[in-house]
Design a protein around this ligand. Structure first.
Ligand SMILES: [Zn+2]
Length: 195
């Protein structure tokens, strides 16, 4: 992520989940604080953060085979790529949350989804930076930035720097690696390793 624009710039409006009262009370310093990556502290004070404390989920291959469909396994556990325009989530624009299909950790919000025209669900930022990890990927000749779920390490997609404002990022995700939870439904509990 080093070469990309930070998620929160001083010009960005306050995040929707930041309580208005908290924002007004904290005033101008809150804006500059956001620019320095202080979102976590502010969100805790506003008590409406989407950030979840989680432990890494580690389960054996047999469990993944049991939990996932063949296509989910190929994408999430073997860094596969689904065929473009094959996922119904590509054209899903209802309000809600996109959770990891492997472990159910929330990864993206419908608020940050847009039509990139690529045939894959695309977002201009993840729901929480702490829910995503990245690594360099040299599978093609030029390096790409692969990203995966921070909890189960399930491969999700690649992030590029040709996305829309305000971040300029395009988080290009395999639809089969996500599960969409409409806003009027509760988020599923995080999947836990079998006892
Ligand atoms: Zn996961």
């Amino acid at each position: 992520m080093n070469e990309m624009t930070p998620l929160h710039t001083p010009n960005e409006s306050p995040p929707a989940n930041l309580g208005r009262r908290a924002f007004v009370r904290q005033g101008a310093w809150a804006v500059s604080f956001l620019g320095m990556g202080g979102l976590t502290a502010l969100s805790v004070e506003a008590n409406e953060s989407t950030s979840i404390d989680f432990e890494p989920l580690e389960v054996d291959e047999a469990t993944w085979r049991e939990w996932l469909t063949d296509e989910q396994y190929r994408i999430l556990r073997r860094e596969g790529t689904e065929r473009a325009f094959s996922s119904p989530l590509d054209k899903e624009y209802g309000p809600g949350t996109y959770v990891c299909a492997g472990c159910y950790l929330p990864l993206f919000s419908a608020e940050h989804k847009y039509d990139s025209g690529t045939g894959w669900p695309s977002f201009w930022r993840p729901i929480e930076e702490s829910h995503i990890n990245t690594k360099r990927d040299f599978k093609l000749i030029w390096p790409r930035t692969e990203y995966h779920c921070a909890r189960c390490k399930g491969h999700q997609g690649h992030v590029f720097s040709d996305g829309p404002k305000p971040t300029g990022q395009r988080w290009c995700n395999n639809g089969v690696a996500l599960r969409f939870i409409p806003a009027d439904q509760p988020l599923p509990a995080l999947r836990q390793a079998p006892a």
